[in-house]
Design a binder for this molecule. Structure first.
Ligand SMILES: Cc1ncc(C[n+]2csc(CCOP(=O)(O)OP(=O)(O)O)c2C)c(N)n1
Length: 352
């Protein structure tokens, strides 16, 4: 049986008329293809042991990051969990800086100190990339508090997996953002599985969007295989946050085609289930829709794909040729200069 995001009907895509310009539609398509090709290249690099440690791919979920982030302004803040490659790319972090980070190189967006799970790009207000499930939701509240306190006019978008909703910190955070009327949107990427556990085996009180109602958050759902639906629902929530300082909890039904991470044998679901979801592939279906609308020709689609493949290859070559990070930074970077008051001198890596 096909696992649908609980409470969220994954409708077959129709080709509704769009109020979006042709340029925006093509760009949404392009961004999804860029992420897909980047992730495929990452998988190859991982298999060759060029990427060490963890690597969680975003393949299948592209419409979520692309749709959601396309509804934001540059001054807005974005934060997510460890499945972060697609989010960083959609936010504007260069593919080279992302791939170099995956390879742990000095030219990476986190100077090679973070790796796959900790992409970070302050210039684009992308605040990570966090490995501890649920913990970043509290940091998101902090970002939104700062935006409100400093009257920046910005809002915070916090993406989280459905596996994070049962962490106590998330409930505490929902309480605070509602009480303090913070400009924030929480987007649950419900891909049905937290590692090997399906949401119906781990969570009571479905659908998950209901979790916000105890704290008076506005609740919305979206079809995560439909980039325009995600964009529209996020835009509504962003508007509520920006103009009325009302936080929203949004549940988006999506699916990851690959295992939880590159080392997951993926034995907890059937091949048939994965194939069923692939029939609703966000890139394939959006391409069909844009062709129907005569916004995308076959040759343009081919060109976009070629450029995305070239960008991914260029990013990998750049990363491979980049230098290793300075190891001493591993001891100095986690602390601000004022915090370096430890009377016991820290060992220099080179002394070890
Ligand atoms: C606090 C904490 N507990 C357990 C883990 C181990 N862990 C890593 S990923 C993961 C599953 C999270 O699933 P979800 O939030 O749905 O994100 P997805 O992988 O679907 O993107 C778990 C339990 C962790 N990183 N942090």
């Amino acid at each position: 049986m096909v696992a649908e995001g609980p409470g969220v009907a994954v409708a077959e895509l129709k080709a509704p008329a769009s109020s979006l310009s042709a340029e925006i539609q093509v760009d949404l398509y392009r961004q999804m293809v860029r992420i897909r090709r980047f992730e495929e290249k990452s998988a190859q690099a991982f298999m060759r042991a060029e990427i060490k440690g963890f690597c969680h791919l975003y393949i299948g979920q592209e419409a979520v990051a692309v749709g959601a982030l396309s509804a934001l302004e540059p001054r807005d803040a974005v934060i997510t969990a460890y499945r972060d490659h697609g989010v960083a790319l959609a936010r504007g972090t260069p593919a080279r800086a992302c791939m170099a980070e995956l390879l742990g190189k000095k030219t990476g967006c986190s100077r090679g100190m973070g790796g796959s799970m900790h992409l970070f790009d302050r210039a684009n207000h992308f605040y990570g990339g966090h490995a501890i499930v649920g913990a970043h939701t509290a940091l998101a509240a902090g970002l939104a508090f700062a935006q409100q306190y400093e009257s920046t006019g910005g809002i915070t978008l916090c993406l989280l997996g459905e596996g994070a909703v049962n962490q106590g910190v998330f409930s505490e955070t929902l309480n605070l953002v509602s009480l303090w009327k913070l400009p924030i949107v929480f987007l649950i990427e419900n891909n049905d599985y937290a590692m090997g556990t399906s949401v119906s085996r781990s969570s009571a009180g479905l659908p998950l969007v209901n979790r916000g109602s105890a704290f008076d958050l506005a609740g919305r759902t979206a079809n995560g295989m439909d980039v325009e639906d995600v964009r529209e629902k996020v835009a509504e929530a962003v508007s509520l946050a920006r103009t009325e300082h009302l936080p929203t909890l949004l549940e988006v039904a999506t699916y990851r085609y690959r295992g939880h991470s590159m080392s997951d044998p993926d034995t907890y679901r059937t091949k048939q289930e994965i194939e069923e979801w692939k029939k609703r592939d966000p890139i394939l279906l959006y391409r069909q829709r844009l062709e129907e609308r005569q916004v995308l020709s076959e040759s343009l689609a081919k060109q976009i794909d070629g450029e995305a493949r070239a960008e991914a290859q260029d990013a990998l070559t750049f990363a491979e040729e980049s230098p290793e990070p300075d190891l001493d930074l591993a001891f100095s970077l986690p602390f601000s200069p004022e915090d370096q008051i430890d009377p016991i001198p820290r060992p220099r890596y080179s002394d070890l």
